[in-house]
Write a protein that binds this ligand. Structure first.
Ligand SMILES: *[C@@H]1O[C@H](CO)[C@@H](O)[C@H](O)[C@H]1NC(C)=O
Ligand SMILES: *[C@@H]1O[C@H](CO)[C@@H](O)[C@H](O)[C@H]1NC(C)=O
Ligand SMILES: *[C@@H]1O[C@H](CO)[C@@H](O)[C@H](O)[C@H]1NC(C)=O
Length: 350
């Protein structure tokens, strides 16, 4: 751990959290935006960038549901230098970097028509094209299916969607601190994509939402207690946009520029990025091993929601560590909960 801590300081990382590493849009492979390095190294990406390096340091989640951060993570965001191209009906496959197993919740994707590729995402009307919520039989969330699939998930662009410039807002919602004020965590990736085809489908007024605005702290499914096995879960946001999801038509688009570089600069960039990824992956993997299911609460009701007591589940990565915290695998499916280490009435950072 000492070695990792030193390495971590070396590459200027703070808390390890999640960013997308790679996105395949209609067969073309694009590197994900890395706020830790891509600003300094002037990399061209299809994802919206974070304007402030300070905001990017933690590569953490958006947490304030009334903030413009809810659109694309750390506002004000920067329009991407590249635009992906996809046929209507094509797949978009996201591969996320290291992610904590404890960060359970739905996986959701929205699209929004852009008047121009630089339109401020907080002014975009978004419609939901994909959601993977909670399976009440297996008690598994979309994030757990994603985790089981090497953090790689596929979203299909509706095959009858009207052609044009769109923004795609993909997010992992983590509910491990859900009842806490600003407890739900939103890991958001926004990218621009030009959709091709002769489709005519457009969302209706009731399909459209804006960020911030679409989510409210009093939504019971954003204050959902992961560990009390509710028998119903409705994914936050509007209902799914009703569209067709058939195979794309025509030839796959060829793109000239994907953001993959070449030469010495690219090699140097890759070396530092690989080191950063290695550090964050090691930290997350080790923490998950040492503190299975760690980093979350079993909530005991208080007199008011805000005074509910969090019983930490093992000592998670962002918990006050308890002396003996490796208590066996936390199994959400079977509802086996390890004996709580201790109770905390204070809040802690997520
Ligand atoms: C949340 O965001 C709103 C809108 O930007 C802001 O007014 C408020 O101060 C923020 N709250 C916190 C706790 O940061
Ligand atoms: C899209 O992905 C699904 C599985 O996730 C696969 O069955 C389908 O063949 C893919 N479509 C294309 C056009 O690659
Ligand atoms: C998991 O995904 C990463 C990219 O995020 C890739 O490098 C690795 O090969 C994948 N592992 C497996 C077993 O598919």
């Amino acid at each position: 751990m000492k070695y990792l801590a030193a390495l971590s300081a070396l590459v200027g990382m703070s808390t390890a959290h999640a960013i997308v590493k790679k996105i395949v849009v209609d067969g073309n492979v694009y590197p994900g935006y890395d706020p830790r390095y891509d600003i300094d190294w002037k990399q061209k990406r299809i994802e919206w960038g974070f304007s402030s390096k300070a905001a990017a340091q933690g590569i953490g989640p958006a947490q304030n549901m009334s903030s413009p951060d809810m659109a694309c993570r750390f506002a004000p965001v920067q329009p991407p230098a590249l635009i992906a191209v996809a046929r209507a009906g094509a797949n978009v496959t996201y591969s996320w970097g290291a992610y904590y197993q404890s960060h359970m919740g739905p996986v959701i994707t929205y699209m929004g028509k852009l008047a121009s590729p630089t339109q401020d995402p907080t002014t975009v009307d978004f419609f939901k094209i994909y959601e993977d919520g909670y399976d009440t039989k297996t008690h598994e969330f979309g994030s757990q299916r994603l985790y089981a699939n090497n953090m790689t998930g596929t979203v299909q662009i509706p095959s009858n969607l009207k052609a044009g410039d769109y923004i795609m807002r993909h997010e992992l919602v983590a509910l491990h601190y859900a009842k806490k004020e600003m407890g739900p965590e939103f890991y958001i990736s926004c990218l621009n994509v030009k959709v091709l085809g002769d489709g005519t489908a457009e969302p209706k007024k009731e399909d459209l939402v804006r960020f911030p605005g679409a989510y409210k702290p009093d939504d019971p499914y954003l204050a959902f207690d992961l560990h009390h096995h509710e028998n119903k879960y409705i994914v936050p946001g509007p209902k799914l946009f009703q569209a067709e999801f058939n195979a794309p038509k025509g030839d796959r688009p060829i793109v000239k520029e994907t953001g993959v570089g070449s030469g010495a600069t690219w090699e140097a960039y890759k070396a530092i990025k690989n080191l950063g990824d290695f550090v964050s992956e090691s930290v997350v993997t080790n923490d998950d091993k040492l503190n299975p299911g760690g980093g979350g609460c079993i909530w005991e009701p208080g007199q008011a929601e805000s005074t509910a007591v969090c019983t930490p589940i093992n000592g998670g990565h962002d918990m006050v560590k308890s002396p003996t915290n490796a208590r066996g695998q936390f199994d959400v499916k079977k509802g086996q909960q390890p004996k709580p280490a201790r109770k905390l009435r204070r809040s802690f950072t997520g």
